[in-house]
Ligand binder design. Sequence first.
Ligand SMILES: Nc1ncnc2c1ncn2[C@@H]1O[C@H](COP(=O)(O)OP(=O)(O)OP(=O)(O)O)[C@@H](O)[C@H]1O
Length: 704
Amino acid sequence: MLTPHDTPEPATPHPADAPPGGDPLARERAHLAASRAALRAMREDVESLDLTDVTANWVNAAVLNAQIEERIKSLADLSHTPLFFGRLDYVREVAADEEGTAPDGPYRAERFYIGRRHVHDPAGDPMVIDWRAPVSQPFYQASRTNPLDVALRRRFGYTGGDITAYEDEDLTASGDGAEATSRLLQQEIERPRVGPMRDIVATIQPEQDEIVRSGLSGTVCVQGGPGTGKTAVGLHRVAYLLYAHRERLARTGTLVIGPNDSFLRYIEQVLPALGELTVHQATVDSLVAHVPVTGSDPAPTAIVKGDARMAEVLRRALRSHVGRPTESLVVVRGSRRWRVPADEITTLIEELLARDIRYGAAREALPQRIAHAVLIRMEQAGEAPDDRVQNAVARDRAVKALVKEVWPPVDPAKLVLRLLGDADFLRAHSEDLLTDEERAALLWPKPYRGVKSARWSAADAVLIDEARDLVERTPSLGHVVLDEAQDLSPMQYRAVGRRCSTGSATVLGDLAQGTTAWATPAWPEALHHLGKPDAHVEELTAGFRVPREVIAYASRLLPAIAPGLAEVRSVRESPGSLRLVRAAEGALLPGLVEACHAALTHEGSTGLIVPDPLVEAARAALAEAGLPALAPGEETRADARLTLVPASLAKGLEYDYVVLAEPAAVVEAEPTRGAGLRRLYVGLTRAVSGLTVVHEGELPEELG
Ligand SMILES: Nc1ncnc2c1ncn2[C@@H]1O[C@H](COP(=O)(O)OP(=O)(O)OP(=O)(O)O)[C@@H](O)[C@H]1O
């Protein structure tokens, strides 16, 4: 049973010490004011820390100071982000320690306020509990069928920084079993979008919460249609993991990988708003940027370069550098000469190759193994050499020279340069792996002379990254979130996988939105390349962005682009609007300008999505009409609400109103019809409140 309560006007919060009276809203405001004061006191405590006597060492002092700065920042009270958004009244006292994590902590209460961060009063008792604490979880999961010991769930509505409404759910009330829909939740979902992506911490849904709180040790893969909250869930999961495993992840690090820089700019404020300031963001391209990328590949070439078989080609090519000695090794120590025959050294080399350790690690191990063979001879001759002698022998000039010859250092970029430029070398290491046609696709028309002069493509950089890892292990992070994963090639999955080889990952994607020529056909295959074949695949089906009518229209493409996938179930109540406008011949641009003008009469942001070849013409037309447009990822503001989005950059973004230009041209701008239709599906699913499709030519037949 939901009981909404509103006040017509925001009132001034009660000071913390004022008698709150009998009005529940006033009492909640008093708690908010008191919590704010407590947070201020927590910040002042940290600010007043005097470090002068704590450490004499300036390095330690600098580290401590940086940590304190961080802590002060994380204690900031952002006036527009409510300190708490919910309240739970349990049926009995439950325990929460200071951080709210220990089930049997010292603090016990029946009532908890749930917010973005933990706030305690001067006595150390919690005033607001972090949403990630176990005691907060029922806020997201409790239902009338399974109340989880909760009697009452209260959600707060805010205007600016003030509580202006609340809504109660009595979870003890017996009813018909149907769960009520929260009006505050609906309002939150339907709120117009301006500015960067925001957190959803107050309204995480049960199916999302389960993914957010899944443990650190497992990798989770989330398949979900447009607007089902995949990105939001991934970001909240990092925040949750940082809370639950703070020390471990502080050591090992966390990373969010997105498709391009504008997308990363769009999402970059979510984690700081949740108090997490240390999560890095990257694109796959930036992770593997070992060489400047100035070239590009035709699709057939990029497909072969991105194929997992290339990993084996590289491995073989690298190991082909390992030779066998033809003469015995002679080490001179003082007046004695020690001889190790060539076949014995060959055996040592074979043993190292069989162990399949990194090329560089094996190269470092070989001198020690040779020295060991020399030491055995010394002992047999009655000497008693110790470790120092072994180390000295390992560094002996003759040993070093031999190792350099039989296990030479290899530069990963040069290895790839040779594979792509030397047909014989490529054939020798791919004979049974690739076809002649595939080899022809790989080879540069004209070999480059060196690493610096080569025009490397994005796929080449991934090959170099693989080669680097074969030489020296890539350090692994504790957790990686991979968004828009469906677009990665197998070799790119491997590049991401080695960055979480000893950690875990959250893989987010939608098979229907794959727009690369090598897009993921099925998740198990992708997870195999990532090195996480045991990951759970979860599905999100409720859509929080796209209005029903619009998603139904876009979903007409599904049979053609992803036959197995079901249409997203929109949870938006406002119907939204879908308009199809046929422009007169030659009048596409004026039609777009008019549609943008109309969209801008509404509150919120407008995105004009155009086929890439049309971007400049559209920009000029908008400028001429006095409508300056932002670039994707640039923050929309109240006075700058229109963004011009090339269709190729629309992925992951959203706007209140979308004007989409010439669907057929969006499709045609891609190398294959499948990729083109999926690109169109992405464009058609960016709108929160309304979509206007303006076309001059025929619509693609798949839109029926
Ligand atoms: N539980 C929720 N409460 C309120 N809003 C939500 C919730 N879940 C998602 N949203 C909102 O829905 C919109 C879409 O979310 P998000 O971008 O994470 O979806 P997505 O699945 O990554 O979409 P796409 O596949 O199109 O990139 C965002 O504005 C997000 O804030």
